[in-house]
Ligand binder design. Structure first.
Ligand SMILES: Nc1ncnc2c1ncn2[C@@H]1O[C@H](COP(=O)(O)OP(=O)(O)O)[C@@H](O)[C@H]1O
Ligand SMILES: O=C(O)[C@@H](O)C(=O)COP(=O)(O)O
Length: 426
């Protein structure tokens, strides 16, 4: 298997979002969970997205995991490696977008790296280096209240500079509108002044097509699904790939029971949970009790779900509104509470799979990572799209047999997402 495009995703929902975009643009794509064991038979594909859980870990840990994945992807033939970050630039001043991008670039011999989280299909646009989420600057959007990485600045040049060793520049919309050659001139000019990473504006898909063409000439880029779209279309346009992927094969029915687990506290998820409450049993976990009396609260949730699940899908959610989240965090600490809740939701997910769940929706990036790790699923084939950024996933090499999953990024999906997902997972 020689692949054309490699990607390292900093979380598992982000990986499935990118894999979805690559598939929609014709690339046969597989999503692996970490670097796959050599014994895992992967299908013949154009692109591999390696899912890592490195968005909220110490920067040195993220750098080590990403550089190891980069080495593996190069061994599979990848000429270009995209570091998939969140379209809302989720990170802190300690990292990890800057440190990982610099390490990947150094591993590939250096040179200027294009960086853009723009993903117009989901309302993420970048203008003069400022990220907008829908109509709001990042720091006024719901991301200001994110439980792990609250975003208080919309200026990506500034944010990236705070977490990086090298200088950060800007390739503005005027250069991008002038076409690939102008972008190349600008990137080269920035590199000669010592800039190692350049935030690129992008508002429309055509901007990302321009960026994708230039990124493909370099060994490494950093971005969200929008840049993935640009790279995929550039590969197809160049004739290196024949645009044959459809995703239909991945959606064959698996049967079994179905469940939804949520640890996302994003505004979209909170609304989706309210809507689900009218349609199916929803258990709201008590996060305070989860932290104080962990195993008892987990056992009670498993028993509640076990009593209902044979009659239809159930939802178990730790999710809470910003005020509740910050009260819990001030008592137990941000990382400790996030980690304890992820552990609890992943144990509940695994227990439900033990009891026959084969169709599983997980809401939240970190939450999905913890659940997929506990289930020890090695890889996914990419099925059709449920909502922008969220495909149906079919397990590859899973010891519990074939399962269908949807890993929903917190901010993605319409208010009926959960029922829409289950309707596509038979
Ligand atoms: N009630 C709660 N209070 C505090 N933290 C919570 C609560 N519920 C979930 N969390 C934590 O919030 C984080 C949400 O992150 P994530 O799963 O990535 O969701 P999203 O995709 O919305 O960003 C996780 O670490 C999760 O364990
Ligand atoms: O790029 C995006 O917005 C998503 O792919 C993503 O990474 C979202 O992160 P989570 O909300 O933490 O799932």
């Amino acid at each position: 298997m020689a692949i054309s495009l490699g990607s390292i995703a900093d979380d598992y929902t982000g990986a499935s979002d990118l894999a979805n975009t690559l598939t929609k643009n014709g690339l046969r794509t597989v999503q692996t969970v970490g670097i796959p064991d050599p014994s895992l038979a992967l299908p013949d594909v154009d692109a591999v997205v390696v899912s890592l859980k490195i968005r909220s870990v110490p920067a040195s840990e993220a750098v080590n995991a990403a550089t190891e994945a980069e080495r593996w992807l190069r061994q599979q033939g990848a000429g270009h490696v995209l570091y998939k970050i969140c379209s809302t630039f989720d990170s802190t001043d300690a990292g990890n977008i800057g440190p990982v991008t610099e390490a990947l670039s150094e591993a590939a011999g250096g040179g200027g790296v294009l960086v853009t989280p723009a993903f117009p299909e989901t309302g993420r646009t970048v203008y003069l280096g400022h990220l907008f989420v829908g109509g709001q600057p990042l720091n006024e959007s719901p991301l200001k209240d994110h439980p792990l990485n609250p975003m208080h600045d919309a200026n990506l040049v500034r944010i990236l500079a705070r977490q990086s060793r090298g200088a950060v520049g800007l390739i503005d919309l005027a250069a991008i509108a002038a076409g690939p050659a102008a972008v190349k001139v600008k990137l080269d000019a920035l590199s000669t002044t010592g800039v190692t990473m350049a935030i690129a504006d992008a508002i429309f898909e055509r901007d990302l097509e321009t960026l994708g063409e230039i990124a493909l000439e370099t060994p490494v880029s950093t971005g969200a699904s929008g840049l993935g779209l640009g790279l995929a279309r550039a590969l197809v346009r160049s004739g290196r790939i024949s645009a044959s992927a459809t995703g239909e094969d991945a959606i064959r029915p698996v049967g079994g029971l179905s469940a939804i687990i949520s640890g996302s506290c994003s505004k979209a998820t909170l609304r989706q949970l309210d809507v689900a409450e009218r349609l199916m049993p929803v258990l709201r976990l008590d996060p305070e009790r989860l932290l104080a009396a962990g195993p008892d609260e987990i056992a009670a949730a498993i028993s509640w779900a076990g009593d209902r699940i044979s009659a239809g899908p159930v939802v178990v959610a730790a999710s809470a509104a910003p005020g509740t989240v910050s009260r819990l965090q001030s008592q137990y600490g941000r990382e400790a509470s996030g980690h304890a809740i992820e552990t609890a939701t992943s144990i509940i997910a695994a227990e439900l799979v033990e009891r026959g769940v084969r169709r599983l929706v997980v809401a939240g990036g970190e939450t999905s990572g913890a659940a997929v790790d506990r289930l020890a699923i090695p890889a996914f084939l990419i099925g059709p799209e449920i909502a922008p950024g969220v495909p149906v996933l079919r397990t590859v090499g899973n010891t519990q047999g074939d399962m269908l999953l949807a890993l929903k990024s917190g901010n993605f999906g319409g208010e009926d997402f959960f029922t829409a997902a289950l309707a596509m997972m038979r």
